[in-house]
Ligand binder design. Structure first.
Ligand code: GTP
Ligand code: MG
Length: 136
């Protein structure tokens, strides 16, 4: 069965939204298979965001992800990768559709990074690679 890595990013954890976010994924019918609170380090984030190295938002993104604890979860189910990304909504929380996690809980806080509450893997290959980083 398909699986994906979901991260509740530091903004989601610090705002007390972890339970609300995980509840939406469970209510959709996906199965929680692993869960932990993680203080990321730079090495993990360099691997996790390797596709974004050199982009203007890369350094602010890494700093943001180091700014507080992250909740890492494995969710399973047919189509969970696309299904979770649909639940999460568009990358930019200002315009993410209402009804999505980013659309309902997110906004622009005026910083150099999109504080958009969650991460979800974007392909089966990414999921396996990312799960190896966060659940090593
Ligand atoms: P993830 O599920 O977190 O991977 O989000 P995504 O797949 O919707 O976005 P992407 O992988 O392209 O970018 C990873 C993260 O970098 C995003 O979630 C944002 O936090 C941040 N980011 C992406 N694009 C931009 C951008 O154009 N500007 C800024 N400031 N941040 C960005
Ligand atoms: Mg991505």
């Amino acid at each position: 069965t398909e699986r994906t890595l979901v991260l509740v990013k530091p903004d989601g954890v610090s705002r007390g939204l972890t339970g609300a976010i995980l509840a939406r994924i469970e209510a959709k019918g996906y199965v929680l298979a692993d869960l932990k609170l993680v203080h990321a380090n730079r090495e993990m984030l360099e691997q996790h965001y390797e596709e974004h190295v050199g982009k203007p938002f890369y350094e602010p993104l890494v700093e943001f992800m180091l700014s507080g604890p992250i909740v890492a979860a494995t969710f399973e189910g047919q189509g969970v990768i696309a299904g979770f990304r649909s639940l999460a909504g568009a990358t930019d929380p200002t315009t993410a559709a209402p009804g999505t996690i980013r659309g309902d809980f997110g906004r622009d806080w005026g910083l150099k990074v999109q504080q958009n509450l969650v991460h979800g893997s974007d392909s089966p290959e990414s999921a396996e690679r990312e799960l190896g980083i966060w659940f090593a």
